[in-house]
Design a protein. Structure first.
Length: 433
């Protein structure tokens, strides 16, 4: 991923030097297990560990690969340059390239997941703090982009919290599912490498042995991993889109923090644009872009082919690096979001009581008016508000058919905002415990 949308800790997971270090550890741990089983001499296994402090020369490995046209062989050749060709002759004994490549990829994805879990926890902490802060800050709820009934800003944050909390649970499951390794040899039969080698390597690398591999770890695991990241990205975009709406000039219920010296437009000095949440919308698309290729990687020919390889070399780093950056940007937006409660009330009152129409409708039916007639009466008065700018309560009080069923006190009582927020604490208890 480009540096503009990258954070160093996640990027480091995907650096060639990190990859080769993991390759080395897998080979060294496998040698230990084979020596313990008497498959190779102990001194040869110990000799491999002499390279534990070596900084593997990425350029040298690339140079060798230019000749061998095989990345694992190039690495093993370079390792032998440090260990000695005679001492290194038992390295990779009975193993196949995918044992190293697939196990390494899953180590990297597991480490990436750990960072993403921390990112999600930061987002959740920000959402919870803002939800509690604005638990009783009334704003208008909208459906189809149109005013519906009152809700609170706290409930808006709480529902996003619940959605991201589900995402975190899925991510933890995806991390657990991807944390497998395979050291099973060609076509996965363990013909040339003892299953106990796999158990030892996986234990050392923080993985579980893959129950059954072919020459590769099954790619349905990876499909689920990237699908989970795609769902999280969609939830991220859901939050970003709501913030973008709230920042619209004619709404202005909240806006991204605008720092001193920040400029919104090269042409119009007055502009304060929702650039961060617009950016998050675009980054979410990039994350989701990996989902279909990951799904298509599930289907491989027989015990393996490499049609998945080029895909994973791209989507592994690009997707995790992008989502890591985006989640941290989202957390920052939420933490510093500027909220305007007064504008929320102004927006809700723009159509002068109209949002209480359902309460009046229900009251009329409870007073004995048929639902069809009640709907007609309420809608008739509501349309005067839409079309003439009238006051809804005033219109209702002037309608003899309405006042024949409801007293003035009963009508006025239907305009109490507290009616719509009386269960906020119950919802908060469900969301936050």
């Amino acid at each position: 991923m480009i540096p503009r949308y990258s954070r160093p800790e996640m990027t480091a997971i995907w650096e060639p030097a990190t990859k080769f270090r993991i390759w080395y550890e897998i080979e060294a741990h496998a040698g230990d297990a084979m020596a313990d089983l008497g498959v190779i001499p102990r001194e040869n296994a110990d000799a491999v560990w002499k390279a534990k402090d070596v900084e593997f020369d990425v350029a040298r490995i690339d140079e060798i690969e230019a000749v061998t046209k095989h990345d694992v062989i190039a690495f093993l050749t370079h390792l032998a340059e440090h260990v000695g060709s005679d001492q290194a002759r038992f390295v990779h004994q009975g193993m196949t390239s995918s044992d190293v490549l697939d196990t390494t990829f899953n180590v990297q994805l597991t480490r990436a997941a750990d960072l993403l879990i921390a990112d999600m926890e930061r987002v959740l902490a920000a959402l919870k703090a803002r939800a509690i802060e604005h638990k009783d800050t009334v704003r208008i709820g909208r459906s189809h982009g149109i005013h519906a009934e009152p809700t609170t800003m706290g409930l808006t944050f709480a529902r996003f919290y619940a959605e991201m909390d589900r995402g975190l649970a899925r991510l933890r499951n995806a991390r657990d599912e991807i944390a497998t390794g395979a050291i099973s040899g060609a076509v996965g039969t363990f013909a040339n490498v003892d299953p106990r080698v796999e158990e030892h390597v996986c234990a050392k690398m923080g993985l579980k042995p893959e129950p059954i591999s072919t020459q590769v770890i099954p790619r349905d695991r990876h499909a689920m991993f990237f699908a989970t990241l795609g769902v999280i990205a969609s939830s991220m975009e859901n939050i970003a889109t709501e913030i973008r709406h709230m920042q619209r000039t004619e709404v202005l219920e909240a806006e991204e923090f605008f720092s001193k010296g920040q400029k919104g437009s090269s042409a119009m000095p007055h502009k304060r644009n929702p650039v961060l949440t617009e950016n998050l919308t675009g980054l979410a698309r990039l994350v989701r872009m990996s989902v279909v290729p990951a799904m298509e990687n599930v289907t491989l020919w027989h015990e393996r082919d490499i049609s998945h390889s080029s895909v994973e070399r791209a989507i592994g780093p690009d997707t995790t690096v992008t989502l890591d950056f985006a989640l941290n940007r989202l957390a920052g937006v939420i933490e510093k979001l500027v909220i305007y409660p007064r504008h929320m009330l102004d927006n809700m009152n723009k159509f002068r009581g109209l949002v209480m129409s359902q309460r009046v409708l229900l009251a009329l039916t409870q007073a004995g008016v048929s639902r069809e007639d009640a709907y007609r009466l309420v809608q008739r008065n509501a349309m005067r508000v839409w079309e003439q700018g009238a006051d809804f309560k005033t219109e209702l009080l002037a309608d003899p058919e309405v006042t024949a069923a409801l007293t003035r006190e009963q009508i006025e009582e239907k305009f109490d905002l507290g009616y719509h927020t009386k269960h906020v604490d119950t919802i908060f208890a469900r969301v936050f415990g």
